[in-house]
Design a protein around this ligand. Structure first.
Ligand SMILES: [Zn+2]
Length: 445
């Protein structure tokens, strides 16, 4: 599977935003992308740079005047004497059915809902490439890949047709859905970010060809406050095609998974033929935003359930803010175990960790001659750690994985032989195994 990303997405570097009236450093920093990319590549995903799709899909989601605004507002704003270095709105209409002003200050008020999505000279380029990243991943799925991960940054799910908010500018998940609609009649968007995907909901609220489902911390006490309630079910042709599943703050793994089942039932009833996952990682218990309390093993369980839906899937990165574990909660998409032929994989020199063919374990030849296997238990829980086996004999069987055997070749290469179980795709979230691997098999000094 591929991870789509380009460095142009890192140019946007917002300074601050206001939280409870106080200016705070903006947490949507480029380093998020570095961590997520490192974790994705370490998980075996192949990086690929997106193509430029122009405005073909973006303009299906956003209005022309909003795109013109985003592209030009920083240049216009910089002409305001005494104005801030970044475009930050200070006045908003209470409804958007009034007149559309010509003034830069007035338009900023129209096109932003809060102070969290400032616009600098670099913002347009980054948000454009973040959208191309989502479109490129969806295009991969359109042309036959089962799943593709769009490392879109800045995120997108709070962006409506013409309003930026919550660190979001262009709605990447909605853009991915529009790409999928070229081939698939019924596309589901499942938003697992801790915040309600209000932008995505708005874009498709009156449509019956895209089902929007969001699981999030209850907006009664959490951003985005005004949307995300269970009563919002779509309108017109879209009536019945929007499902909000708010959860009390602090909800942990088991209750979350029960709610996820409700979401999955809705996706099945809709007879979806393809899916976009708006992949926020900020439901994590250690996330600075503290909305829900999903553990890293919980993410693995959530990922597995989502993978079992079995649809062609585009994963679009949404939120998830810096914590030591951010990368550990990032996504890995691999096959789900089932019967299959034996396949051999090898690690030249035995020095790089090698994935089992079914993606269920990493194997590593430690300097002391033992093999370390880090596994994920498919009953849903992470196995507590890694197991080790002596390579006294050239071929032996792992104590933890009876069906796996290893050969250490004369040149020191590690060969892993294991059943290839590729009957179903699975999305799962790589948990702490990389840390475990480092702990058990420290590199040679
Ligand atoms: Zn979020």
């Amino acid at each position: 599977m591929k991870v789509i990303f380009t460095e142009q997405q890192k140019k946007h570097y917002p300074h601050s935003f206001f939280s409870s009236g106080a200016p705070l450093p903006n947490p949507e920093v480029p380093e998020r992308a570095d961590r997520l990319l490192a974790a994705a590549v370490a998980s075996g995903l192949m990086p690929e740079v997106p193509e430029d799709f122009g405005l073909e899909y973006i303009s299906k989601v956003h209005t022309d005047r909003y795109l013109i605004y985003l592209k030009n507002i920083h240049r216009r704003w910089s002409r305001i004497e005494g104005g801030s270095s970044e475009v930050v709105p200070g006045i908003h209409p209470d409804r958007r059915d009034g007149g559309y002003p010509a003034s830069a200050v007035g338009q900023a008020g129209w096109h932003h809902c809060d102070t969290a999505s400032p616009v600098s000279a670099d913002t347009w380029d980054s948000v454009l490439w973040s959208a191309h990243t989502a479109a490129h991943a969806a295009n991969k799925v359109l042309f036959g890949e089962r799943a593709c991960y769009a490392l879109s940054r800045p995120p997108g799910h709070h962006a409506t047709r013409e309003v930026a908010s919550g660190f979001c500018y262009l709605n990447n998940a909605a853009i991915a859905a529009e790409v999928l609609r070229r081939k698939y009649d019924r596309v589901a968007i499942l938003d697992v970010d801790v915040h309600h995907g209000n932008g995505t909901q708005e874009v498709f609220y009156e449509r019956d060809d895209v089902l929007t489902v969001s699981i999030h911390a209850d907006p009664v006490r959490f951003y985005p406050f005004f949307w995300g309630y269970a009563e919002e079910k779509g309108s017109g042709d879209g009536a019945g095609f929007n499902l909000n599943l708010p959860l009390p703050r602090g909800t942990a793994d088991d209750d979350y998974l029960r709610t996820l089942d409700t979401a999955i039932d809705a996706i099945a009833r809709f007879s979806s033929t393809a899916m976009v996952v708006a992949l926020g990682l900020d439901a994590y218990e250690g996330d600075p935003l503290r909305g829900l309390a999903i553990t890293t093993p919980g993410f693995a369980r959530i990922g597995r359930r989502i993978g079992e839906i079995g649809l062609p899937t585009v994963l679009v990165q949404e939120g998830g803010y810096l914590s030591d574990e951010l990368g550990d909660n990032a996504v890995y998409v691999g096959p789900y175990p089932g019967p299959g032929p034996k396949v051999r994989v090898s690690s030249p020199g035995g020095r790089e960790p090698v994935w089992a063919p079914d993606g269920s374990a990493l194997h590593y030849l430690a300097p002391d001659g033992t093999v370390v296997s880090v596994t994920i238990d498919y009953d849903g829980e992470l196995r507590a750690g890694a197991s080790r086996a002596r390579t006294a004999a050239p071929t032996f069987v792992s104590p933890s994985l009876e069906e796996t055997s290893y050969d250490v070749m004369p040149d020191g290469s590690l060969v892993v032989v294991r059943d290839d179980r590729t009957t179903q795709p699975e999305i799962r979230f790589v948990a702490n195994w990389l840390e475990e691997l480092k702990r058990l098999a420290p590199p040679e000094d």
